[in-house]
Design a protein around this ligand. Structure first.
Ligand SMILES: Cc1ncc(COP(=O)(O)O)c(C=O)c1O
Length: 396
């Protein structure tokens, strides 16, 4: 236990955290508390209906939707009306970028960064293909994988309409100075479009304080079900022409961008995940614990293991990209998996611009989350050390 956050009490809320497997695959999706599973199950039992009826199951669906909007508003720091739900972050980003794309003209510019997941790049490149907008890419410092703000300043111009950037990088864990980037975008007369998918798993979000115009994330990366969640500033959402069917309601304003029937059982699970986070004091309460685990991990890495990105917990979340001398990343990941550590290896982790700039080949990603313990991190370190001390071909 660190500070007020009791990791063991938190873990007791997850049946899957029974100690058999160590889930260091959190950036791909976290474990869910039992209450989330129960909420999904109960909704399928008690609210298998659609909106609009006066019978009990339909009334319950309306209640689920209202509670999900309220929970989204609390999680993001916005009005429940400004919450948009979708299948996942990528689908929501295509939908919202297509809507704003109707206001863009050939030659208008959208800036993205080399730290972005492709889910925050491809939507703009597709608009470039369709509408003739120009997509610019801000560089990073390859030595520590931080966004080059001088390059951003240099690329902002009178045709800049949108600055799209990640609040944290899902490959190397770098946290960007989101408030500053939002201010820079606004000073240039552009919208600030924030991919908070990785950040939302680690630190609390207040869209007003950071100055986001649009912000997107995925509840399944923070104890919720597979779902996408976005905030859009109310006046923007009201002004954009959505792709929607005619009878669908225009209110609340976020609903204009939600197509078809929503996954009500997932929305109920999302409510339970926000309730869980609030019950542990919010992500704010976990920061000291996760920082300590990250420091423990960095300090304990054996010689021969390289961290791509920052080698300190300053300016990062505890997501680490590693290569090891003498090891192909895939082989190292396989050995760790065989020893009950859930990790994976990949080339880009969908951060294509980063991989181009820092050509590390393939790497293993270790994602530390608030439900991890110091003992799990120690066990992982000891296993990595034992493996890298022997060449890959001698490991049986
Ligand atoms: C930083 C980041 N952005 C966007 C995405 C895409 O999210 P989704 O799978 O919800 O579409 C991911 C998924 O890993 C991510 O890590």
């Amino acid at each position: 236990m660190t500070g007020a956050f009791d990791v063991h009490a938190a873990r007791r809320q997850f049946a899957s955290l029974d100690g058999r497997l160590a889930f260091f695959d959190a950036p791909g999706g976290t474990q869910v508390p039992d209450a989330v599973r129960a909420a999904v199950d109960e909704t399928m039992r008690d609210a298998a209906a659609n909106l609009g009826g006066s019978f009990a199951t339909s009334v319950r669906v309306a209640d689920v939707v209202a509670r999900a909007r309220a929970a989204g508003g609390r999680f993001l720091g916005c009005s429940p009306d400004e919450v948009v739900f979708g299948a996942n972050m990528t689908s929501l980003n295509f939908a919202l970028s297509r809507a704003v794309g109707r206001t863009l003209r050939a030659g208008d510019e959208v800036i993205v960064t080399r730290l972005d997941h492709d889910a925050n790049v491809a939507p703009w490149r597709e608009l470039a293909h369709d509408v003739g907008i120009v997509v610019r890419q801000v560089d990073i410092d390859p030595s520590d994988c931080t966004v080059d703000l001088a390059d951003l300043e240099a690329q902002l111009g009178e045709r800049t309409r949108i600055v799209a950037f990640p609040w944290a990088c899902n490959a190397v864990g770098t946290v960007t100075d989101a408030a500053r980037i939002c201010r820079m975008a606004h000073d240039a007369g552009a919208l600030a479009w924030v991919d908070a998918t990785h950040y939302a798993a680690h630190e609390p979000i207040d869209v007003a304080a950071v100055g986001a115009d649009v912000l997107l994330c995925s509840p399944y990366k923070v104890c919720g079900p597979h779902l996408g969640l976005a905030f859009g500033r109310g006046d923007l959402l009201a002004g954009w022409r959505p792709y929607k069917v005619a009878p669908a309601s225009d209110t609340p304003v976020g609903h204009r961008f939600e197509t078809g029937t929503q996954p009500y059982e997932q929305l109920a699970g999302f409510v339970a995940s926000v309730d869980y986070l609030e019950s542990i004091g919010g992500l704010e309460a976990t920061l000291e614990h996760t920082r300590a685990l990250g420091e423990q991990f960095l300090a304990g890495l054996p010689a021969g293991v390289r961290v791509i990105g920052r080698r300190t917990m300053d300016g990062r979340v505890p997501t680490f990209l590693l290569t090891a001398d003498g090891w192909a990343a895939g082989a190292l990941a396989d050995e760790l998996v065989a020893r009950d550590f859930c990790v994976g290896a990949h080339d880009t982790f969908y951060c294509l611009g980063l991989h181009e700039r820092v050509p590390y080949g393939e790497a293993v990603r270790v994602g530390i989350f608030h439900y991890h313990t110091a003992a799990e991190v120690d066990a992982l370190l000891a296993t990595v050390k034992a493996l890298v001390q022997r060449p890959a071909e001698l490991v049986d």
